[in-house]
Ligand binder design. Structure first.
Ligand code: RP5
Length: 161
């Protein structure tokens, strides 16, 4: 069974959410991906959320833009950790998405990451860190990822010359 569900409100979110799946691939985290619109598919959203734990998922990553209620409504229907990724919307550059996702009232949390591609990548890393609590293969992949990142940053100094 996949460890993570990557859910987005529309196929128009895929260009950013693809960054999530690319990082999950690098870290060896298994995932499934879905388009579930909170406002166009409310019954499918509820069914997915309520069945997620029984389906052995461990973390849900949900990307949405504009009035971005998808992560919050998924979180309302499951006690699995939900990571919300605010899409960089055209009208307000993602500020609408960010505030919609981050400002959950007390009682139903959504772990909110940065707007757009950076958030999409960090959502994957955060999900992997949660899974690595009980998965040594993912932990090792995370450590190697961090080491490569550090090495690349150190080596980048040479480009200044
Ligand atoms: C949200 O509405 C989606 O997450 C997407 O970011 C935004 C626009 O969706 P489309 O009109 O492009 O399908 O539900």
């Amino acid at each position: 069974m996949p460890q993570v569900a990557v859910v987005m409100g529309s196929t128009s979110d895929w260009s950013s959410m693809k960054k999530t799946t690319e990082i999950l691939d690098i870290l060896g985290v298994t995932y499934e991906k879905h388009v579930i619109s909170a406002h166009r598919m409310p019954q499918e959203l509820q069914a997915f959320g309520t069945q997620a734990r029984d389906n052995k998922l461990q973390v849900i990553i949900a990307g949405a833009g504009g009035a971005a209620h998808l992560p919050g409504m998924l979180a309302a229907n499951t006690t699995l950790p939900v990571i919300g990724v605010p899409m960089q919307s055209r009208a307000l550059n993602g500020l609408d998405s960010l505030l919609s996702i981050v400002q959950m009232p007390a009682g139903v949390p959504v772990a909110t990451v940065a707007i757009g591609d950076a958030g999409a990548k960090n959502a994957a890393i955060l999900a992997a860190q949660i899974i690595a609590l009980n998965d040594n293969d993912v932990l090792q992949a995370l450590n190697e990822y961090r080491e490569r990142q550090t090495k690349t940053s150190i080596e980048s100094e040479a480009e200044l010359i």
